[in-house]
Design a protein around this ligand. Structure first.
Ligand code: AVI
Length: 336
């Protein structure tokens, strides 16, 4: 097969500056709604500003954070079978949702390139820094790779891809990012992905599996306190971007795993009664002593749950790849 050699703009930014004020207004509205809600809540979507993304990189290197290592093993051990599946039907667009540093995807990219597969790599991420770094690292590490990075949220990027890229598509959704959606949202999101695909297109999704609750809890409560800093950064971000006066030391990171629901929930708990003023919202918010803000859910799945969720979204299961210990699964689905 021949490699496609079109010259592409290396980076497309769908979040350009003119959206800056809208993004800030959305953030301020989200904070007003979440801190007025009983019980208080904020979305983990807002974890990933510059400092938050850097902290997440550190989390992925922690000894306690097993998902990255387990998925790395799944992809390394099965790269040949996965690449054979992806490249079985000629040219395709490989769309990597939430690509970040693409550490695991690069294993597949190298394998695909060795097989001289015909494809174009389209990493998508909300962080422009991450996409710029990824573009330059791809040029050094995988010369000749046909790629174009897209900066944007999942929805805008899927729309852009539908309008600008025709032909077979394979979506990668690695790193158990699906776990950060509540169950109903994950169904809605997978249906949205499906609506941007044609029958015969594929989805390769990485999902963290249920396991010893202590192992899970440790992964979100690491000894070095990096996950605590990651969670607390949300309050720093509100201070920086919305003119908040959170005393961040007045809050603690508190993660707890529910083994019946298979969900890790993280909270920020106020150590004392306090009021916080946030300029961009024009309001103060009251916290009772030990009142908590729910900031993140990380769902862990069983294999039957994964199959049911994805089949309910218009896909059929093709193959499940797992690491030796059964910690993590990467699953290929076909759009029907
Ligand atoms: C991005 N996401 C899949 C991570 C997770 O495991 O839920 C985010 C994270 N939160 C705390 N540690 C890592």
């Amino acid at each position: 097969m021949e490699l496609k050699t079109t010259t592409l703009d290396p980076l497309i930014n769908l979040t350009r500056k003119e959206n800056g004020n809208k993004d800030l207004t959305d953030f301020a509205n989200h904070v007003t709604a979440g801190l007025s809600h009983t019980p208080k809540k904020l979305s983990s979507r807002y974890f990933y500003d510059g400092p938050g993304s850097a902290l997440f990189q550190q989390i992925m290197e922690l000894p306690e954070y097993y998902p990255t290592r387990c998925e790395y093993e799944v992809i390394t051990e099965n790269k040949s079978a996965i690449a054979a599946h992806l490249a079985s039907e000629g040219f395709f667009h490989l769309i990597d949702l939430g690509a970040g540093d693409a550490l695991k995807t690069k294993i597949l990219l190298k394998e695909l390139q060795e097989r001289r597969a015909a494809f174009e790599y389209l990493p998508v991420d909300i962080s422009e820094d991450a996409m710029q770094q990824l573009s330059s690292s791809l040029e050094k590490e995988i010369p000749g790779l046909n790629h174009q990075a897209v900066v944007g949220d999942y929805n805008d990027s899927l729309e852009w891809l539908q309008q600008n890229k025709s032909g077979r598509k394979v979506i990668l959704f690695l790193g158990s990012n699906i776990g950060n959606f509540e169950h109903e949202e994950s169904l809605g999101f997978l249906r949205k992905i499906r609506s941007h695909l044609e029958p015969g297109d594929s989805l390769l999704m990485g999902i963290d599996l249920r396991k010893d609750p202590d192992t899970i809890l440790r992964a979100y409560n690491d000894f070095a306190g990096v996950t605590a800093a990651f969670n607390l950064n949300l309050l720093h971000r509100i201070n920086r971007e919305l003119g908040g006066n959170f005393d961040v030391n007045g809050f603690i990171h508190y993660p707890i795993y529910n083994p019946q629901e298979g969900v890790m929930r993280s909270y920020l708990v106020s150590k004392q009664e306090q009021d916080v003023y946030i300029q961009a919202t024009g309001r103060s918010f009251h916290f009772n002593a030990w009142e908590a803000i729910h900031t993140e859910s990380s769902y862990k799945y069983t294999l039957p749950q994964i199959q049911a969720m994805v089949e309910a979204s218009g896909f059929t299961l093709e193959t499940i790849f797992q690491d030796k210990e059964g910690c993590f699964a990467d699953v290929i689905f076909h759009a029907v």
